[in-house]
Structures are given as C-alpha cells and as structure tokens.
Design a protein around this ligand. Structure first.
Ligand SMILES: Nc1ncnc2c1ncn2[C@@H]1O[C@H](COP(=O)(O)OP(=O)(O)OP(=O)(O)O)[C@@H](O)[C@H]1O
Length: 727
C-alpha cells in the first residue's frame, strides 16, 4: 500500500489488491487509527497509512477543520420555592410545574482555530451553556444535540479530547508553577512518553502561557505570597490543556483579573485555538482589546440567544435592530446595556430574540449560496470524526495520544497511567506540598505532645490502689478519645483538596481509587510519628504496666486508634462539604463513641437496644485493648482487704477496726480475709468493666479493620459524591 511518512498526516487513497480492499471494508476502531498515527510518529515506523476509515471511498481530502455544532439546546430545572420570581421565558406548562428554563432553544457552532465567547449579564445562562456543551449536564435533562463534525459526541470520547477550566483556581499552594504543570503532565500524559518529553511539553506550555518568569514561583495562598492572579489563572488553564485538547471550555477565565491580565489570558486562548483547537469561553464584559481576539459571540439573555455572530457584525445587527452603536462606544458594553434595558421592559428581550432569528436565517441563506459556489470550484471532503481526530493527533494534538488499549474494542483507555503510577505521582505531589507547609503537621504534632504532657503530669506515676484503678480507667478513656479528636484536623485538609480532586478526576487525570490509596499510604508515616509522640510522653510517666513489650502494645493500640480515627474523619470529609459542619458532626459522633465505649457504662449495664452502638464505637476497641494490656497479664493486686472500705462510709474507720470487720466477714463467708488479702486482681477489674468478649489483639485488629472499612467508604463517597455534573 502506498504511504506517505514523516510528521505530517500520512495519506493514501488508492488500494492495489483485494486484500487491501477487504481491509478497507472492515472499519477500524479509533484506537487502531490512533495506533497507526502513533506508529507513524515513531522513528521506527516512518511510513504508515491511516487513510482508511469512514472516508475510504473518497478522493484525497482537503481537510475540514473541527466544527462543534449545537442545535436547540434546552435545559430546565425544578424551582424549589413558590414565591421566587420566575423569568418570563417559561411556558405555561412549565410555569405550572414550577420549572425554570435555564437554556431555551440555543443553537450555534464553533470552529477550529476560533474562540467562541458566550456573553450576557450575570445569570443569563453563560455557565449553563458551557456546561451543556462540555457534557456537564446529565443527558436526560438536556434537550437538543451537540455534535462534533456532525457526529454526536460520546461522553468518554469527549473526556479524552476536551478540557474544562473552572472559574476558580484550584491549585496546590506550595508547588511552583513548573511543578504544578509537571504533575499535570505526569497525570495526563502517558507513561510511554519519556520524562524528558514531558518536561519539554511543560516548557513549551510555560512559554505558550507566558509564564517563563514565574516558572519557579510557588502558587501561593492567603498565607504565602505567590504568583499574581493572572498568572495563577494561566496555570489553571495550563493544567487542563497539558495534553493539548481539541476542545477547550472555560468558565469566566478573566473574571477578577485586571484588564492587562485578562487580555493576556485571552491572548493565550487565541494561541491555543490557533494551534488547532476550538475554544469556547464565557466572558462577562470583554474590553475592546479582548473583543478583537474573539471570533464568534453568543449573547444570552435569560437563557435565550439575543445575538449570535462575529464581533464585527454586531454593529450591523444592532443597527438593523434599530439601535445603532454610537461612535466611540464599546460594542459589547452597549449590547449588554441594551439587553439589560430590554429585560426590564414588559416584552423583555423577545423582540431581540426574534430579530436574531431572522438575522440568522438571512445569513444562513447567504452562506448557502456562497458554499454552493465554493463546492463547485474545489473538491472538498469532510472527514468523519474519528479520522479527523487521528489527523489532528498526527499534527501534534492530544499530546497524550490518548493511550490505546489495542486488546480491547474500546478505542481509548480512560486513564493515561496505570494505578501504581498514579499513586506514586499523587503521593509525591502531596508530600512535596506538605513538606513546604510543615506548620500543618507541626500543629498536629504539637497538639498531641501537649495533650500527652498534660496527661503525663496529671496522671503522674499512678499507684495500684482502688483509686489508682479508677484513675487508670479515666486516663485510658481520655487518651483513646484524644487520638480521635486530634484526627479532626483532616477535615479542612481534605476539603481544601476536594475541589482539586473533583476537577482532576472529572477529566480522568487519575482514578479515584488511586487517590484513596495514595491518601491512605501517605497518612501512615505521620500517624506513626503521632503515636510514638503520644505513647512516649504518657506511657512511662503514668507508670503503666508491662515494661517495654507493654509499651510496644500500647503504641500499637494508639496507632490503631489514630488509623481508625483518621479514616473515619477522612470518610466524613468526603461526605460533608463544609468545614464547620464537618467539625460539628465529627465532634458529636466522637462524643457518642466515647459515651458508648464502655467507660461510663459497662457493656453488661447498657440497655440491650443500645448494644449495637457499643459495638460501633471506634473508641471501644483501642480502649479495651489498652485496658487488657494494663490489667490482664499483671500479677498486681489492685484491692487488698483493708482497701475494700475505701470510697465507702467506712473509709474513715480506724485500720484496726477494719481488720476486725474483715475477720468477722471471713468467718461468715467461711474463709480467711486479712488486711493484706488480695480481693481484686487485674482480671477482676476487666470483668467489672465488662471487658470479656474480645482479646487485646482482636481489639487491635478490629480497630484496624474499621480504619480500612472507612477508607473503602471514603472511596464510595468520592465515587458517588463527585459526579461533577448538573442534574
Ligand atoms: N439548580 C438551579 N436551580 C434554579 N436556578 C438555577 C439553578 N442553576 C442555575 N440557576 C439559575 O440559572 C441562571 C443561569 O445561571 P448561570 O450560572 O448559567 O448564569 P451565568 O450567566 O453564568 O451567571 P454569572 O455570570 O453570574 O456566572 C441563573 O439565574 C441561576 O440562578
């Protein structure tokens, strides 16, 4: 088969034998097409044919650029409260059903190399339209069609070829610009791409984004000085375009920026578009300079299109509508003011919507005529979507090359890297970020050490008297619940990361399971340090029993408690999205765990209908473990004959009288009790506390198992709680 090689898109349109024809008749998957492109780009395979596919019967093509079309998009939501004012663009039926129409019959198209800007007043539906185009609205709710090169886009394919840049800059504050982009490259670019190529891609992107001077500056946050707002916004864009997507959606990328920074951001978007992408962005109020960079505009008013066309045609459109733009007036500002004025009139913007429709109709007919002339003069050819994507990749788009799983019929594998690579990269990123904010772990360690020292001094060298037993029980209950409370700090840490996680997983940067595993693994060293700090400060100072082996077990129990507690808090932070609410829930539940642990009320004294909660109490298991460690193996006696009267009205009776009392009690009972007879051993203490059902090691295993259980729940919370789509 004839083939052309090199870096350009190789084509061949003639087939020489029957087997080739048969080969053509079998349509390849997109994966196969991309594989051929990949092979074509590798030095060992300079000549590869990717020409076959949906265009096999056609003559050599003149490639059409990508064209994203959307037809009659409508999207409505149920309005919750009756009294709320509804916009007038509701049908009677919808109004009756208290439904608000956020998008009303929106159509348009955007082409490769162009920036399409969605404009409108606040609440006009800009973000909603971007969401609709970026497949961030559930399919059942969105009416109308979105096609790329006249083919309906599957969600999985869209995720691979597109990127969505959110309004907020969700970045790790202590990573530099270059590190941030490098981590994005490690997530999004396939492992088959060497480190040096990834670095080269990052450098190219830094240049493209105009971030060369800020490359080694940290992103920063409220507490740390970092890059400027405009630079931060460009880094956010860079993360999402690291793989050079074909479609780029942005929600208000210039909001909050000064005019120079905003212009630079849009300039970057223009460069991206010109590199062979379609850029669709919402912009609140573009300046004159920004307007000159935009290719198409869609003006929205209450979910309806009031103007759709180029910025240049806007003046003619408005003049035709009877509102010519005065000289020296910013076109978009004038249009926005006009729309706002119309919105306040009785008829609303209906007249402008209708005028736009007739304007579009006129334009369409005009273009049709032009196209007929062009069709006759040149032999144009329209590539099907899969071929077009292959061609685009061969021209250098989608740097990741959307790694191909050649063994499966599905053409794209969802993720660029295997699970273990994702875990490594996630762990590396998190450790790098945390290392530069040592105060976060320092505060936690400080809290544990201070608690340990307070406990050590409060319960200094406890004796083995009955009071000592009580004090030990109090120490253990408090110590074990403290470990849980100090875990609550995980809430803000994860909540801060939560939106970064949602952004990254929405476009398959990595698996949710990788995140959970990495999150769990990197928490272990810090939990070990905290456990050592707590056990070290308290164990010997309080005078607990068991020597060094007893200390090791105590450390293991504290570690199990930290593990279970941190897993529980991590799970809660995956469910609750507000810091204060998170703290309230954690503190309340941990208080109940302590209440039901068996310290205040032993298991055999609990009402039977609360026993289930006793077994669910995470404090129960480490508490029982350390109690058994303390009382089980020891030969110590905790209550001797005369001490039986402690804490009773007979406590003040003279010692000789107590001995006499013991003698007569012994006579009655039939055995000898002296002042030094041991009446309560360690096992008796455990029995009195109702600690009879589990061995100390089982308590530790169960504690650890709870930890794993909550990590699994955390995974499901992320899986179902971060869909990133509107309903
Ligand atoms: N779930 C919802 N329920 C009810 N109304 C909603 C819902 N989501 C969005 N809206 C409304 O839809 C309208 C369009 O919202 P959208 O966020 O798309 O506007 P926007 O033009 O992007 O605004 P801004 O420029 O302020 O970001 C707004 O009036 C908003 O209040």
């Amino acid at each position: 088969m004839a083939a052309t090689g090199g870096d350009s898109f190789p084509r061949s349109w003639s087939y020489t034998n029957e087997s080739e024809l048969r080969e053509f008749a079998r349509r390849p998957t997109l994966g196969e097409l991309l594989k051929r492109v990949e092979d074509a780009q590798s030095p060992d395979h300079r000549t590869v044919d990717v020409s076959y596919g949906c265009s096999y019967l056609a003559p050599p093509p003149v490639l059409y650029p990508f064209k994203l079309s959307f037809q009659n998009l409508s999207y409505s939501v149920k309005v919750r409260r009756r009294g709320s004012s509804l916009p007038e663009n509701l049908t009677a039926e919808e109004n009756g059903g208290r439904v608000k129409l956020l998008l009303n019959d929106i159509s348009g198209e955007a082409r490769e190399g162009e920036i399409m800007a969605v404009l409108g007043a606040s609440g006009s539906g800009k973000s909603t339209l971007i969401d609709a185009l970026a497949d961030r609205i559930t399919k059942e709710k969105l009416r109308g069609t979105v096609t790329l090169n006249d083919e309906v886009l599957e969600s999985a394919l869209l995720k691979v070829i597109s990127a969505y840049v959110m309004q907020d800059d969700l970045l790790f504050p202590m990573l530099t610009v270059e590190e941030t982009l490098m981590f994005a490259a490690e997530f999004r670019l396939p492992r088959s791409l060497s480190k040096s190529k990834k670095k080269a891609r990052v450098q190219a992107l830094i240049d493209q984004l105009g971030l060369t001077t800020a490359a080694n500056t940290v992103i920063g946050d409220e507490g740390h000085r970092g890059v400027s707002g405009g630079e931060r916004r460009r880094v956010s864009i860079g993360i999402d375009i690291i793989h050079d997507p074909i479609l780029l959606f942005l929600d208000e990328p210039t909001s909050g920026l000064d005019s120079t920074s905003a212009f630079m951001v849009v300039k970057v978007l223009q460069r991206i578009a010109q590199s062979g992408s379609i850029v669709i962005t919402s912009i609140h109020q573009p300046s004159y300079r920004i307007l000159s960079l935009l290719d198409r505009l869609i003006f929205l008013s209450r979910g309806q299109t009031v103007y759709s066309g180029s910025p240049a045609e806007l003046s003619d459109f408005l003049a035709d509508f009877g509102h010519p733009i005065p000289e020296n007036e910013n076109r978009t500002e004038f249009a926005l003011d006009l729309v706002r004025d119309l919105e306040e009139t009785a008829g609303g913007t209906r007249s402008m919507v209708e005028h736009n429709k007739s304007w579009q109709w006129k334009n369409k007919n005009h273009l049709k005529g032009q196209r007929t002339i062009r069709r006759n003069s040149s032999h144009r050819f329209h590539l099907c979507l899969k071929d077009a994507i292959s061609a685009s990749i061969s021209r250098g788009k989608l740097v990741s090359g959307a790694p191909i799983d050649s063994n499966r019929s599905s053409s794209f594998s969802k993720f660029s890297n295997p699970l273990w690579t994702e875990i490594l990269v996630l762990a590396k990123r998190s450790i790098t970020n945390s290392r530069r904010m040592p105060e976060l772990f320092g505060i936690r360690l400080g809290a544990v050490l201070i608690t340990g020292v307070i406990l050590a001094t409060m319960f200094w060298h406890l004796d083995n008297s009955p009071k000592g037993v009580k004090e030990r029980l109090g120490f253990f209950a408090f110590a074990m619940s403290t470990t849980f409370y100090t875990c609550a700090e995980a809430i803000p840490v994860f909540l801060q990361e939560r939106y970064i996680f949602m952004r990254e997983t929405a476009y398959n940067a990595y698996r949710r399971s990788s995140y959970v595993l990495a999150h769990s693994l990197i928490s272990i060293p810090s939990l070990i340090i905290l456990s050592l700090a707590f056990s070290g400060t308290t164990y010997f100072a309080v005078g607990l029993a068991g020597g060094f082996s007893g200390f090791l077990f105590f450390f293991a129990a504290v570690l199990a408690a930290f593990w279970a507690g941190s897993s529980f808090v991590t799970f809660l932070s995956g469910v609750v999205s507000h810091v204060m609410l998170g703290y309230t829930v954690v503190v309340a539940i941990l208080a109940y765990f302590l209440l039901f642990s068996g310290f205040f009320l032993s298991r055999d004294r609990m009402p039977p209908y609360w026993i289930w909660f006793h077994y669910m109490s995470l404090v129960k298991y480490p508490y029982e473990a350390v109690l058994q460690n303390e009382f089980e193996a020891t030969a110590e006696c905790f209550v001797r004959g005369v001490q039986m009267f402690d804490n009773t009205p007979l406590a003040t009776v003279p010692a000789a009288a107590k001995v006499e009392l013991l003698k007569s009690m012994g006579k009655t009972l039939g055995f000898n009790i002296t002042g030094s007879t041991c009446v309560t051993t360690g096992s008796d203490v455990l029995r009195q506390q109702g600690i009879t059902d589990l061995s100390k090691w089982n308590c530790i295993w169960i504690s650890m198992a709870w930890g794993f259980f909550f990590r699994i729940l955390f995974y499901f919370a992320l899986l179902f709680g971060s869909k990133n789509k509107r309903n």
